[in-house]
Ligand binder design. Structure first.
Ligand SMILES: *[C@@H]1O[C@H](CO)[C@@H](O)[C@H](O)[C@H]1NC(C)=O
Ligand SMILES: *[C@@H]1O[C@H](CO)[C@@H](O)[C@H](O)[C@H]1NC(C)=O
Length: 151
């Protein structure tokens, strides 16, 4: 008899004791699903395909975080799919997209994208050019001094 009580208790705690983390806010929800979609979908072919993918993410989130998270997630996706789609097409970062659709109220202040590779290269080249220029000036001064010993 005791065995059955214990078994029932374990069963009940398995069914009801499933714990979710606190319902994530809209900004967190947005970051997670848009970031995940970006990792999974490298070639965004259509708005519909992206929407289906994001809805899948929402269902996963619902299993993980509970029905409120799932409901907000679906509302965020379905109300804003056009903006999410154009932003992803334009290569915007999730933080920008989530700000654009008002899921997040602020943009992070730290840079979310590495400086453009070309810009970095240009900076390196102009640094090298400056060093070269300085060396040439030095050599020119030495030559001038050499050719004009009195100075
Ligand atoms: C993306 O998918 C479309 C349609 O399937 C295809 O025409 C295009 O070449 C793909 N682009 C890349 C970069 O894979
Ligand atoms: C989160 O987003 C949903 C769907 O857009 C909205 O109904 C809800 O009010 C939002 N919650 C907050 C706290 O802004």
């Amino acid at each position: 008899m005791l065995k059955y009580v214990v078994f029932a208790a374990v069963l009940i705690s398995c069914v009801y004791g499933q714990t979710f983390r606190p319902t994530p806010n809209n900004c967190t929800i947005c970051h997670e699903i848009v970031g995940e979609a970006e990792r999974r979908v490298h070639n965004v072919t259509s708005q519909q395909a992206l929407q289906n993918q994001l809805i899948q993410e929402c269902h996963q989130m619902e299993r993980r975080d509970g029905p409120d998270a799932g409901k907000n997630c679906l509302a965020i996706v379905n109300d804003n799919i056009a903006t999410i789609y154009t932003d992803m097409k334009a290569g915007k970062r999730p933080s920008q997209t989530c700000y654009d659709i008002h899921a997040c109220s602020t943009l992070p202040t730290f840079p979310t994208r590495m400086p453009d590779a070309n810009m970095k290269q240009e900076a390196e080249i102009s640094k090298l050019a400056a060093v070269r220029m300085a060396m040439m000036n030095k050599v020119r001064k030495q030559r001038m001094r050499a050719s004009n010993p009195v100075a």
